[in-house]
Design a protein. Structure first.
Length: 85
């Protein structure tokens, strides 16, 4: 038995094979999530493409374990100010 086989207590699992649930359940492992808000319904298609491309570019530079897409609902009774996104 090789030294590497001797120290292995079972099949080795890479981070890519861990589910997000497993990652979140492990208090010894930090988890990095990237969140974004999708474009609004009235956003023109060319602007949606720009937003999506920007998200893809950012996410490729970060070692994210998962993604969160926020579903923002209009709340006209909450404030008269226009939302910035």
């Amino acid at each position: 038995m090789s030294q590497a086989e001797h120290h292995t207590h079972g099949p080795s699992i890479t981070m890519a094979e861990e589910s997000l649930h497993e990652r979140l359940s492990n208090p010894a492992r930090p988890v990095f999530l990237l969140g974004d808000v999708p474009p609004g319904e009235d956003t023109p298609p060319h602007k949606c493409s720009e937003i999506a491309n920007k998200f893809v570019s950012r996410s490729r530079m970060l070692a994210a374990d998962g993604y969160i897409v926020y579903d923002i609902q209009d709340e006209p009774g909450r404030t008269d100010e226009k939302r910035p996104f």
